[in-house]
Design a protein around this ligand. Sequence first.
Ligand code: PBG
Length: 309
Amino acid sequence: MVRETRMDKASLIYPMFVKDGSGIREEIPSMAGQYRYSVDQMFYALEEVSRAGVSSVMLFGIPACKDERASQAYAEDGIIQRALKEAKQRFPDLYYITDVCLCEYTSHGHCGMLCGHEVDNDETLKLLAKTALSHAQAGADMVAPSDMMDGRVAAIREMLDLSGYANTPIMSYAVKYASGFYAPFRDAADSAPAFGDRKSYQMDYHNSREGIREVKLDEEEGADIIMVKPALAYLDMITRVKEETSLPVAAYSVSGEYAMIKAASKEGWIDETQIVCETATAAYRAGAQCYLTYYAKELAGYMEEGRIG
Ligand code: PBG
């Protein structure tokens, strides 16, 4: 009766990897229980998501070929574009969010276009806007830029508005730290940078005021949801962001958080269910209204059982 934090299945978002090819259902070694699916195999996964009572998915694409201009990110027959068209037909009731970034599509693994060894912020904006538009045209319900270039929300908003997608919302990865917690994801998406790191565009984890500046900028540029990422080590940021913005706040419990829980529970050192419930509740208690997690299906079950929520 007096519980302060209430959670709801509708706030869960399940991240999924779709890959070019057919007949593929590969387990990701560093993320036991998570898979890369080709479009023809993705339907079984969507069926499971839907049966678990999770209504939103976040799609990440793994293209067959990568190049310097990330051309598969905005190709009409790119992996995300094809996955969306098919998924929307087969599972029209699910809500489809797409990750908008170039790192999975560039041969060098950086999130933007390069000029020498530097990421060219403004050149990248054009390609990000083009990518977001092609996702919307293929049926994306919401786009989620994760690249951390300056001005990307405005560039995407303008492109969507001019092209008849004024109603497609933007969930901005506004407070995204340069984090060691993304390592399993980079395995999964084969997107580790070939040289250097992402510290020129992702945030230094010593900083919190800078995160608020990012939030304010994204808010002005037209973001609809603000995300904090990772979740577990940044609960303070979820709370601060919640206080500073009236936009909805999402938290992303990333691949490394998932991998740590999986590995320790496999060894029998922690109880998986207990830890999943506790860490998820912490994100909501800190202020998250939406929660992206590879444990979304399990959490929906725990909420249903009344174990949490
Ligand atoms: C793409 C992107 C990343 C993640 C989400 N979008 C990787 C990165 O920035 O290196 C990480 C998600 C996770 O670790 O689960 N830029």
